[in-house]
Design a protein around this ligand. Sequence first.
Ligand code: NAD
Length: 272
Amino acid sequence: MADESAFPKGDLMRGKKGLVMGVANHHSIAYGIASQLAAQGAEMAFTYQGEALERRVRPLAEAIGVKTLIPADVTDDASMDAAFAEIEKSLGTLDFVVHSIAFANKDELKGSFVDNTSRDSFLLAMNISAYSFVDVARRSARLMPNGGSMISMTYLGSERVIPNYNTMGVAKAALEAATRYVARDLGPRGIRVNAISAGAMRTLSLAGISGGRGMIAQGRAFSALKEDTSMEGVAGAALWLLSDLGRSTTGEIVHVDAGFHMIGLPDDLAEG
Ligand code: NAD
């Protein structure tokens, strides 16, 4: 987690209202992004996965001035209906949405993708990690009469084979394609839709992937900048995309990974 003082203060989001989905604890990427948006004056509502998380999420929300906290399980239509009714009641309209939600069964985030992937687990990962974004986009767009901006979170395992990322990589590929289709549909309504492809970061989700720690070390070693992906960097890209600074950018997958994605050959295998 980044120190809150690390997030630049200002007024880039002053007057804007938005929804942040996916804060589970203080390491969550959603919380880093929300902290940056709060430092720039945004008014926000948080959704969290279920009652069990409320005790952990409430003090985090209050620490950055977020008063509206709503439970929402993206696999449950009744829960989503209730959540969006509550969001409309509390905020009225939305200017931005952060979707920072993913899940796959831990048993399948290791070993052979072809041998370990069951139909049920594949569909569960797709439902929570990809379809939910389409559902959230449709529901949120109805609350964006004046246009807006949405982002989701993805990872390089969608484009390249990253050992153990398996089903989640396929779900992220679907999420990225969905970003482009949704961006095309909502563009005429002045709604921009993008995804941030972040480098590996130490969160609860990463802990569920076999060799997750290794992913961070490799990201650092093979990156152009030779450093970890920072929460400040990810939150800064989110601020750009969600504020008016990003006004001409839509349907884009922005890599924020210290330049890991574009390296073709690690240094120790390169000659000369
Ligand atoms: P995290 O565990 O803090 O966040 C994941 C969130 O998904 C949690 O808040 C969890 O409650 C929520 N969630 C899972 N199932 C849900 C459901 N059915 N309904 C509602 N919410 C549900 O971990 P994170 O790393 O901050 O992950 C956020 C996003 O960033 C994910 O999309 C993840 O794939 C992506 N991402 C993470 C990394 C990384 O290295 N940590 C890198 C790139 C992208």
